[in-house]
Design a protein. Sequence first.
Length: 94
Amino acid sequence: MDDPVDEAMNTYVNNIWEMYDQDGNGELDRDEAKLFVKEMMSDIITSSPSHSGLRDDDDVDDEGFEQIFRMLDTDGSGTIDKEEMFNYLKNICN
């Protein structure tokens, strides 16, 4: 990877996997992904209380999580791999 943005995103994805791939299989299953999404939303709320009208006591409900999971799990395997996460992040950054 020669693109510094790609390198930074790759490092970010690797950090996500170090934190949330609890079984070490190289993929995030639904439970691992749900923990990531909930903590990510908590970070957004903490850093920007007015973000999208979210409050400290707001949480991602099951339906909201499933929508996010389907966006990430582009191959429909029921898990998210690093390539899927990288591609998703790259798309939202463009």
